[in-house]
Design a protein. Sequence first.
Length: 218
Amino acid sequence: MIIYYAARTGTKRTLESFRRLGFGLMVSAAGVHRTEGFERYCLDNGAWTAHQQCRQWSPRPFSSMLASIGHGADFVVAPDVVACGAESLALSLSWAPRLVDICPVYMAVQNGHEREPGQVAQQAKTAGCVGIFVGGTTEWKERTVHLWSRVAHERGMKCHMGRVNSARRVLIAQEAGVDSMDGSGPTLYDATRFIVARALRQTTVFDAMRADKWRTEP
């Protein structure tokens, strides 16, 4: 079953809706460092927010978040650089060994990493990462998520797809075989929340039907 993490909010009505829908929370270093009482939550390093705001990423909020709510998180995304493969890989590999004693670590893959996917995944695993987080630009993410899911699972790692805010992208993630996904759309818009939730229910039913078919066919 795919796990969906919605971007953290402090709005009680929205949080209650997340609980009813079975969502977890993604807490960003760029926001408020609270889990809102959710047992399932993961931690984002805030690099995407910095990229959107055209500013340099700062490690200070990230370190503060780890200190306050790091223990108990499902995973944390090691610091990365959006759409900059080589630079991002070097930064992530420098941070990962420092994070493994706090919670499970995922490494974000970026544009350019697809040239040596197996090597990138193996470097991440050697550094202590247990998952691959598919980041990068939107077009690149959609085009390569199948590749990353495969190379992650071949090495016994999990695969997560970031920025999943539509039924179409839920389907892409499901077809790629990812283990989890996240998005801010369900946090910002009621309509998106229920579109994503409906798509997730449909993929869950599809998985159950497919599993039942596999059990009964010779």
